[in-house]
Design a binder for this molecule. Structure first.
Ligand code: NAP
Ligand code: MN
Length: 265
């Protein structure tokens, strides 16, 4: 695999600028080319934390022909970061290795009404933006499954399962399983209103549809990972697993479950 064009994605802070200067030097020494235009890259390096990695992937449009590499500057190895900032030897070794093993992370594809679809690496979240409850008709494929009334819902990818999903008691899901998980945010459950009230996991071949019941609260906040979508009156949201995958490097002793263990246990 001939990947030689590097693009660095980071917040332009003094400390990071200095660090990236160092990476530039290192890249040159090993015959890599650093490009200023992400479109010309085939390796995109995110420098920061998981939040930065999510942005790096989003701002470069979920590239299929790129390898994404996360370098952590937060002191801990995060879920999407495989290298500590000071492990430059390890980075060089991994990038020069003939056959760098590639890890593929499933992402979800979301379509809101007739707008162009967008992708999420962590999750898509739909939340009431006002004090009133949000009402959503929930369909799995073409089955009307339930009517949700509450704060909102989260649809997460396997790698997103350790983020927002986990805070609302969703299960942690192995990214080798191409699927999406649906969790609720404070559902009302009474003799009048009923939802499953537990997280559920859909196979990668299913489609989830949420229809916003037009009852006056029709301007929910829609989140795609760490960014809000600026679509106003929402009627229908269609969510499915994308055929796309995000490729990242796979290192030794750094399986998903090793990451989960060192992050949470
Ligand atoms: P943030 O509010 O600064 O981050 C929240 C925390 O989640 C950070 O510590 C971040 O790590 C971590 N994180 C992000 N993706 C993760 C993953 N896949 N597994 C485990 N931890 C993860 O915002 P952000 O850094 O831009 O991250 C956006 C994400 O925050 C959203 O996609 C959502 O999942 C999550 N979020 C969680 C809650 C909640 O738990 N109540 C509410 C809103 C959003 P870093 O410090 O390394 O960036
Ligand atoms: Mn963050």
């Amino acid at each position: 695999m001939e990947r030689r064009n590097l693009y660095f994605f980071y917040r332009k802070e003094d400390k990071l600028i200095e660090y990236v200067e160092q990476l530039h030097q290192l890249a040159k020494e090993h015959q890599f080319t650093v490009v200023d235009d992400a479109d010309k890259a085939n390796i995109i390096v995110s420098i920061g934390g998981d939040g930065t990695f999510l942005q790096a992937v989003r701002k470069t449009n979920f590239r299929q022909d790129c390898l994404y590499v996360g370098i952590s500057t937060t002191g801990a190895l995060n879920l999407y970061c495989d290298f500590h900032a000071d492990e430059t030897d390890k980075m060089v070794e991994a990038m020069l290795h003939e056959k760098v093993e590639v890890r593929r992370y499933p992402i979800i594809e979301v379509k809101v009404d007739n707008n162009p679809s967008f992708y999420c690496l962590n999750e898509c979240s739909i939340r009431s933006a006002i004090i009133k409850t949000l009402v959503l008709e929930v369909y799995i494929d073409d089955l009307h499954f339930e009517t949700f009334r509450g704060d909102g819902m989260i649809i997460s990818t396997p790698t997103g399962s350790t983020a927002y999903n986990k805070s609302v008691r969703g299960a942690v899901v192995d990214p080798l399983l191409p699927c999406m998980q649906v969790t609720e945010l404070a559902s009302l459950n009474t003799n009048q209103y009923r939802t499953l009230d537990s997280p559920f996991i859909l196979s990668g071949t299913r489609k989830l549809t949420l229809r916003d019941v037009q009852d006056g609260n029709d301007f929910p906040t829609i989140g795609m990972d760490n960014e809000a979508l600026s679509i106003r009156n929402v009627k229908q949201i269609d969510i499915k697993l994308s055929e796309k995958r995000i490729k990242t490097v796979k290192l030794k002793d750094n399986s998903f479950w090793e990451k989960v263990k060192r992050t949470f246990l």
